[in-house]
Design a protein around this ligand. Structure first.
Ligand code: FAD
Length: 461
């Protein structure tokens, strides 16, 4: 019976364990005192607050996971028509999802006309191997789209710098759409047609959701279902500090030995890493000979999350309404974005309260992420007040710090991933199936993608 050790008890590691296809021992080693990784929910006095991700945009794999965990009755869906707000000229302007988005007041008429010209813009030259997100959007859709569209998107998803983040690695679907059709719009339309024809009976409809108990309910349910499985163990406070192996041929169950900071050792036939790129580089440097140097240097952006509760104002027009606001860098705010959790989902705050969640720091304002609480609260409150001048002072605040929140993918990152693939294939040739690596730096950072990666991986185990 194969013994599998999974490094990291976040959503990817737990999903991989849950989806394990074969019987045998599975041990998840988690450095922290709780499983869940970036998913952390505070439940306090009727408030349900997210310290990390707030929304799960479902993939087909996520839908399957919710169904298999029996979590559907616990889901709380976001209103798909909830407006997003983008700041322009100092004030937030609504962007309503769907065709009505064309009537937004974020882009000028000239900017909108330039957007519509995208299909007629020359395709990228074959020699252009990668480019920054800003440069891609400016080339395809115009400078305004790059500043007021791509910029806030990069802040909202990656807390990153649009002028250094790799388009090819961070938004592969758009990059590939241009590559396939010479135009992003034509490429996406073509893909949609193909998908419709090929998968008509079971097309997946993405939903944006959370759960009654917040996103951590997903972790609790996974943990509880896994704990019923014979051979499953979750070891908390088990920070992996060294890995020995692979021993080829290894004695059964002892191909690898994993050592933790508190002196314990765990033997394994198969290792699954869900850790960060620098952690993989450090722990597996003997195996990742081609990729370790680049992985070791991969930065992450720090993000500090400030959650605030306010008394609901007398007029709903003065309260946060919709999904939340995104702020282009040129607008001179320090918040990357502000979410409105109690407007987005029901049941997040007791009657009479509204909530805001401000994201501070990121790749372009690293120092702010590690500022003292008082400074963070002052920045967040002042900028919420610019959005909602009639909201009184916050009645309660919570702060969550993520020093290494989101991996940043530099230009040419695809070459590092190709080198990683080569390392894993070379190892596979001598020790088949001995090592699997997944992570936001190589197969998508959104929760739906992390669940999909965990599922795909788990099914090979
Ligand atoms: C502030 C914030 C907001 C976000 N918002 C959203 C959102 O709204 N929607 C969305 O889809 N995504 C969002 N994301 C991204 C998403 O949450 C993450 O990409 C996802 O949770 C990562 O899951 P994972 O299992 O791959 O990694 P992680 O959650 O990072 O799990 C890895 C685990 O490994 C553990 N670990 C690390 N080192 C060791 C070691 N040496 N030994 C043992 N264990 C170790 C860690 O403690 C951690 O628990 C957000 C992320 C952050 C930080």
């Amino acid at each position: 019976m194969t013994r599998i050790v999974i490094l990291g008890g976040g959503i990817a590691g737990l999903t991989a364990a849950f989806r394990r296809a074969s019987a045998g021992e599975t041990i998840v080693l988690e450095a922290g005192p709780l499983a869940g990784g970036s998913i952390r929910t505070i439940r306090e006095d009727g408030f349900t607050l997210e310290c990390g991700p707030n929304t799960l945009r479902t993939t087909a794999a996520a839908e399957r996971l919710l169904a298999d965990l029996g979590l559907e009755p616990e889901t709380v869906k976001a209103d798909s028509k909830a407006p997003r707000w983008i700041v322009r000229g100092g004030s937030p302007r609504a962007v309503v999802p769907g065709p009505a988005a064309l009537f937004n007041k974020v882009f000028t008429t000239k900017g909108k006309l330039r957007l519509l010209k995208e299909p007629f813009v020359a395709p990228r030259p074959a020699s252009l191997e990668d480019e920054s997100v800003h440069s891609f959007f400016a080339r395809r859709f115009g400078e305004e789209a790059a500043v007021y569209g791509a910029g806030p998107m990069v802040s909202g998803v990656y807390a990153g710098d649009p002028r250094s983040l790799s388009m090819r690695s961070a938004f592969p679907r758009l990059w590939e759409a241009e590559g396939a059709a010479g135009s992003v719009i034509r490429g996406l339309l073509r893909k949609k047609e193909k998908k419709g024809a090929a998968a008509a009976p079971a097309r997946h409809r993405a939903r944006t959701l959370t759960f009654n108990g917040g996103l951590f309910a997903l972790i609790e349910t996974l943990q509880s279902r896994l704990s019923e499985r014979p051979g499953f163990r979750l070891e908390l406070n088990a920070a992996v500090v060294a890995i020995e192996g692979p021993r080829t041929p290894g004695p059964p169950g002892r191909r690898w030995t994993v050592r933790t900071a508190d002196g314990r050792a765990f033997d394994a036939d198969v290792l699954v890493s869900t850790l960060s790129a620098p952690a993989d580089a450090q722990l597996l440097d003997g195996v990742l000979t081609r990729s370790a140097a680049a992985l070791a240097l991969l930065p992450s952006s720090p993000v500090t999350v400030v959650m605030q509760a306010y008394r609901a104002p007398a007029s709903p027009r003065d309260a946060p309404h919709g999904f939340g606001g995104l702020i282009p860098q040129v607008e001179g705010f320090r918040s990357l974005g502000i979410l409105y959790p109690a407007s987005l989902f029901t049941g997040r705050a007791p009657e009479g309260f509204v909530l805001t969640t401000s994201f501070l720091g990121g790749a372009l304002d690293r120092a702010l992420a590690s500022a003292p609480d008082a400074e963070l609260l002052a920045v967040a409150s002042a900028e919420v007040a610019r959005f909602f001048p009639r909201l009184g002072p916050a009645t309660r605040s919570w702060i969550a710090r993520w020093p290494e929140a989101i991996p940043q993918l530099p230009l040419g990152h695809h070459r590092t991933l190709a080198a990683l693939e080569q390392d894993l294939s070379a190892l596979d040739a001598v020790a088949p199936g001995a090592l699997h690596v997944t992570g936001g730096f190589c197969d998508g950072i959104a929760l739906g993608e992390r669940i999909a990666s965990g599922e795909t991986l788990g099914r090979t185990l």
